[in-house]
Design a protein. Structure first.
Length: 330
């Protein structure tokens, strides 16, 4: 059996090597410093040919492949450890694209600066002050009625005292970089923000993924931005309620089921075994809007400790039901 596996692996490797050599031919190869990397994502001079872009620490260089790879554009961030181009965006329709860069520090201090350049310019059109953390994601969208698209930035900061992360959200005016909005500190490590119109209303939503190291749970949150009152507004949940991951899972004595309701609702929460038999009823009745936590002590309806194994928490509101698996380890 082992011989057949090895023989099959060698044959597949040989076939792939033959196929690869037939399809792809190396045009050139150059050495580069460790951690330097290159890509060809952008056409900075709008000649129809993507530039070879090289990034190394706090240096950025673009080479013109249509002109013998001569240096087309070069930037540096002398007061930062790293300089990275995030993307090219049309921040003001009809005025051409702009390049958004991040200049960050992660050695002595942790900070991120956002800069906007006109392609091939050596000076930024605007830049922020150093923001207190390392950036997560940058998204561009029209969140308000002010001319110019908005640059939405997520920042993460590690808190040594609690061995956890906290995050912040910034909304910048894409034309001048002025801060339209700064959130307070949000508990959890943020992956996002992402901007898109995800429903039928005219507003663009801001989507955040938040991860919590203290209990290994996570949450997905959607907001819309109210520029008049300068606040983020919680978007209604698709089914009127949301159930985060139960924790701890597996558990020995007690498990917590976090539930968020958009409005006052009649709710039914039951535990079943893998065969669908009801084990316990945790709640049945009216519950107010907001965030709640239900507990299950691992006991059946008759007060007997349930045996080790997989169980299911079933949360039903009207015709909508959410199921979360739970594992008891005795």
């Amino acid at each position: 059996m082992l011989y057949r596996l090895i023989r099959t692996t060698l044959l597949l490797t040989l076939c792939w090597s033959t196929l690869s050599s037939a399809q792809f031919k190396e045009e050139w190869s150059v050495s580069q410093p460790y951690l330097e990397w290159g890509h060809s994502l952008y056409d900075f001079n709008a000649d129809g040919t993507a530039e070879l872009t090289k990034q190394f620490l706090n240096y950025f260089t673009a080479y013109n492949g249509a002109d013998s790879f001569r240096v087309l554009w070069s930037l540096t961030a002398p007061n930062h450890d790293k300089l990275v181009i995030d993307g090219q965006y049309e921040l003001n329709p009809g005025q051409g694209k702009r390049c958004i860069f991040t200049a960050s520090n992660s050695v002595d201090t942790v900070s991120t600066r956002i800069l906007s350049y006109k392609p091939l310019s050596v000076n930024p059109e605007w830049q922020t002050a150093d923001l207190p953390g390392f950036y997560s994601v940058i998204s561009v969208g029209e969140l308000d009625s002010i001319p110019g698209r908005d640059v939405v930035v997520g920042i993460n900061q590690y808190v040594t005292a609690s061995s956890s992360y906290r995050s912040k959200l910034y909304i910048l005016n894409g034309l001048n970089g002025k801060k339209s909005y700064e959130s307070g500190w949000i508990s959890g490590y943020m992956i996002g923000p992402y901007t898109a119109n995800m429903d039928e209303d005219p507003e663009v939503e801001v989507l955040l993924n938040l991860y919590f190291a203290t209990d290994t749970t996570s949450a997905l949150r959607a907001y819309s931005f109210d520029p008049v009152n300068n606040v983020l507004i919680d978007e209604p949940l698709p089914n009127g309620f949301d159930v985060s991951s139960v924790y701890p899972n597996p558990f020995n004595s007690t498990v917590t089921i976090p539930i968020t309701l958009v409005r006052n609702s009649e709710i039914d929460v039951r535990v079943t075994d893998i065969n669908g038999r009801e084990v316990a009823t945790l709640f049945s009745g009216m519950i107010s809007a907001g965030k709640h936590s239900l507990m299950w002590d691992g006991k059946t309806a008759s007060g007997i400790s349930a045996t080790s194994g997989t169980y299911f928490c079933r949360i039903r509101i009207g015709n909508n039901e959410t199921v979360r698996p739970m594992v008891i380890l005795r």
